[in-house]
Design a protein around this ligand. Structure first.
Ligand code: IDP
Ligand code: MG
Length: 140
């Protein structure tokens, strides 16, 4: 399997509950390396741009409101099959459907406050990483 990079975001509910360390530990224990990362308070425009693919969905405004409700921790994870591996660690979008032992099953409160974002495919990973990080900010 190829070495990939994927974008991870610990959403405001995770940052507020001091879960950054626990979540990053899960990534590292699974063999993913954090090659870039920072805390950031997103502006409305930045959150809308990031989630532009969901613009027409009924939950778009709630999603953006939630993503700007506090700081997020944005990182780039690198490793073998990093995109799928991160999605496996995250669990299903709706925490009620997330498999036991996943981040969302263990920590998420609702489908809105579901603690983490992760890129879902190589194309979106490339776009999402570049949305938040310049190449010189990634230490891979
Ligand atoms: P993902 O985060 O698992 O990739 P997406 O379908 O890409 O899920 O949706 C992006 C985010 O939008 C989700 O993480 C969730 O916070 C929110 N979302 C998705 N579907 C719904 C919904 O049906 N109601 C409310 N929020 C939703
Ligand atoms: Mg998604």
């Amino acid at each position: 399997m190829a070495i990939e990079r994927t974008l991870s975001i610990i959403k405001p509910d995770g940052v507020k509950r001091n879960l950054i360390g626990q979540i990053l530990s899960r990534f590292e224990a699974a063999g993913l390396t954090i090659v870039a990362g920072r805390l950031q308070q997103l502006s409305r425009a930045e959150a809308e741009g990031f989630y532009a693919v969901h613009k027409a969905r009924p939950f778009f405004k709630d999603l953006v409101d939630f993503m700007i409700s506090g700081p997020v921790f944005i990182s780039v994870l690198e490793g073998e099959g990093a995109i799928a591996k991160n999605r496996d660690l995250m669990g299903a979008t709706n925490p009620k459907e997330a498999a036991a032992g996943t981040i969302r099953a263990d920590f998420a409160e609702s489908i809105d406050a579901n603690t983490v974002h992760g890129s879902d495919a190589p194309e979106t990973a490339a776009v999402e990483v570049a949305y938040f990080f310049r190449s010189i900010e990634i230490c891979g």
